[in-house]
Design a protein around this ligand. Sequence first.
Ligand code: UDP
Length: 318
Amino acid sequence: MHYLITGGAGFVGSHLGEELLQRGHHVAIIDDLSTGTIHNIRHLKTNPRFECVIDTCANRPLLAELVDGADVIFHMAAAVGVRLIVESPVRTIETNIKLTELVLEAASKKRKPVFVASTSECYGKSLEIPFREDQDLVLGPSSKGRWSYACSKLIDEFLAIAYYRERGLPTVVGRLFNTVGPRQTGQYGMVVPTFVKQALSGAPVTVFGDGQQSRCFTHVRDVVRALILLMDRADSYGEVFNIGNTEEVSIHGLAEQVVQRTQSTSPIVLVPYEKAYEPGFEDMPRRVPDIRKIQRLTGWTPTLGLSQILDDVIASFR
Ligand code: UDP
């Protein structure tokens, strides 16, 4: 099979490309290197089944040609990371909405199946735990920049579903829950690489708020398996799926585990949200996926727990 991955030099995209190549497929990626890096795909470049295009999906004729050569498209190109979103909301909103429009439009002309990467951020401040794909979403006001990310991704979801229902384009939406693993950068605020870097360098480990907020971290290797399973079957088309681990940890608990597993002497310090992000910043207290839908359909289940995730990330930074 021939796969096209937009954002293929990014964190998740590069792991997905690697897995597909390992399975004997052909992989083309397109990435503008805005948050992805050549370093993420350097080890794939010698593979004769790998094609790498450094450009933007906004280059319509080029995108059309790449779509033409693909059997399936994984649309992973997006602006991600809470810090990036808070600091550059225009870029986040425009990137996320425009690129998805262009990819779906190009795919629709050739009727090529598309996976659209979405996020658990869409559930917003909902307290209805665990989050189910068909539950109501609770977002904050538009005056708070963070929520623009969830809104932009929700537009992507609406578009993907609309293309399926109105135009018959096979589309699948996956809501990824805090995906982590080797090659993820802490540059855009993600907590696991940030904590690991801090602990390994002996710097204070910065827990935002009181650290009682919790997350479920999912190993990127589990995530890419889920994406491939979903695109391998037609009964996932037109549907939204949670993709995440159900093992919940508080952010303070995460900091303690990172310090312990790196045998670091770093202190754990609490940083108020307004200092970490912006005044009035709203966090999500908990975020736990209900994964029965993807399990029922594909049999997928996460296999790598938090300790394995941390060990892999720590090893990659060392
Ligand atoms: N966080 C933290 N210290 C950091 C970076 C993040 O305490 O240096 C917290 C953040 O406030 C959130 C959680 O860790 O509660 C996860 O943050 P991340 O940005 O990785 O993902 P999010 O779940 O917010 O999308």
